[in-house]
Design a protein. Structure first.
Length: 170
């Protein structure tokens, strides 16, 4: 019985190590995404280009350590996912290990949620900037009747006007 418990403890330690490493890299990604946001809102092209490079490097790091997750799949009883991991934690006996793992998992989930939200915000800023740039280029080219992009309203019909204020009056 003692061997099984120590084996399980070793698996839990490995699981915590892998999850902690993933969380550390996610925190780094969140920092980069926030820097990207600052560069976008301040229109700092140089800083934006640098953060895009950092983001690509961080994605490569995350992809490189992704196989580590497969090492803990046997422990959690399947492919590591939110539902599998949550079910695994629920099956654990109450105690310090369960509490520590729950805390780490909740931190990981919160950081992941923040990364997703920040990435969506950054993408919205980029999309709005792209639309405004296309609109401005069309005005400069004298194509004021041509839409800047294929934007459709809720009914699926092309919009006549882009939302927001015009940046130039012809």
């Amino acid at each position: 019985m003692k061997q099984t418990t120590s084996y399980f403890t070793g698996d839990i330690h490995n699981l915590k190590t892998v999850l902690d490493q993933q969380h550390t890299h996610l925190l780094r990604m969140l920092t980069i995404l926030k820097q990207e946001h600052q560069a976008l809102t301040s229109n700092n092209l140089t800083r934006f280009e640098k953060t895009v490079q950092e983001k690509h490097q961080q994605v490569k790091v995350l992809e490189k350590i992704q196989p580590l997750l497969s090492t803990v799949e046997k422990t959690v009883g399947g492919v590591l996912s939110k539902s599998t991991f949550s079910a695994f934690i629920q099956r654990m006996p109450n105690g310090e290990e369960k509490s520590g793992l729950e805390t780490l998992w909740n931190q990981f989930q919160e950081t992941l949620k923040q990364c997703n939200l920040q990435n969506k915000i950054n993408n919205r800023i980029l999309n709005a900037s792209s639309i405004n740039l296309k609109h401005a280029l069309n005005i400069l080219r004298g194509n004021i009747n041509q839409p800047a992009s294929n934007i459709y309203n809720k009914t699926g019909q092309p919009q006549d006007k882009l939302p927001g204020q015009s940046i130039a009056v012809a």
